[in-house]
Design a protein around this ligand. Structure first.
Ligand SMILES: [Zn+2]
Ligand SMILES: [Zn+2]
Length: 288
């Protein structure tokens, strides 16, 4: 007996990666079109954007590679705690209610984990890669450290399986909602949402989470619904002309794929950093 060839399986994963990367590039392309028309800040580094796009490709390789591990972790956790405490209906109009329940649950979990990312030093070392973006735009959407994929996939998302017994298509539908919301949140887009700015995530609301200003620190953690920030006292309601510069205090950010990949090990090394450059907030300038 010959061992079965791993080639078809590798090809299958490669096709899935390619589809995911094509979708990400499409989202970034659509976002870039909007950003060109209604940019919030004009000075956007092309090099940083290219690096983000390349990093997104590597990031998605890790996402694809981590799927079996995340699936195994989910099964182990669900078996350990007894999965599907609440059975959600997955057909008819009741499926809409199930979708909303799963959406709210994942959004709350994301909010809680995001708070931890800003509280626990070891998680901040990873998450600071995302916050290092001086140029805030749609290409930053997937600039998350690859280890975070493993942590969330193996420890955070299985909680949904422990809580609910639900058809996979409902979980899949929620992931599409979060994907679109994440791309919108990182747009370098000057849109005035007016009184609706705290209803659902939008570029100005999330930009304040990335702000370098001290008063914005530890605010606006929400991934989809700002109501969590309101409930837990971390909401900052953006003023009409509040479009702050973004990035880390010292302007450190990765200058290569390797330094992004190994970010927690070398984020404070001077040779590792691109020259710090403050983004120009047009509306701030106008407000002066
Ligand atoms: Zn954050
Ligand atoms: Zn962000």
């Amino acid at each position: 007996m010959f061992a079965s060839s791993p080639f078809p399986e590798l090809l299958h994963h490669a096709i899935l990666w390619l589809q995911a990367y094509a979708l990400v590039l499409l989202m970034m392309g659509l976002g870039a079109l909007l950003e060109r028309r209604w940019a919030a800040t004009l000075l956007q580094s092309r090099a940083a954007q290219r690096l983000n796009m390349a990093y997104a490709g590597v990031y998605l390789v890790v996402v694809e590679a981590a799927k079996p591990l995340a699936a195994a972790a989910s099964v182990a956790i669900v078996n350990a705690f007894g999965g599907g405490m609440v059975v959600l209906v997955s057909h008819g109009w009741s499926a809409v209610a199930s979708l909303v329940i799963v959406l709210l649950t994942i959004d709350l979990l994301e909010y809680g984990f995001h708070r931890l990312q800003h509280t626990w030093p070891v998680l901040w070392k990873l998450h600071s890669l995302h916050h290092s973006a001086v140029d805030f735009n749609v290409t930053v959407t997937l600039r998350h450290h690859w280890l975070e994929v493993l942590i969330k996939g193996c420890l955070l998302y299985p909680i949904v399986g422990v809580l609910f017994k639900v058809e996979p298509w409902i979980v899949g539908a929620t992931s599409i909602v979060f994907m679109i919301a994440n791309n919108i949140a990182h747009l370098n887009l000057r849109v005035d949402a007016g009184r609706y700015v705290t209803w659902v995530i939008n570029p100005q609301y999330h930009r304040l989470h990335h702000s370098i200003r001290a008063e914005h620190l530890n605010h606006n953690f929400a991934q989809l619904l700002p109501m969590w920030d309101h409930i837990f006292g971390t909401r900052w309601i953006p003023a009409k002309h509040e479009w702050p510069a973004t990035g880390l205090d010292d302007g450190t950010q990765p200058g290569s794929l390797l330094s992004a990949f190994a970010w927690p090990l070398g984020q404070h090394a001077a040779h590792d950093a691109m020259p710090a450059r403050k983004a120009v907030a047009l509306l701030d300038e106008e407000a002066k």
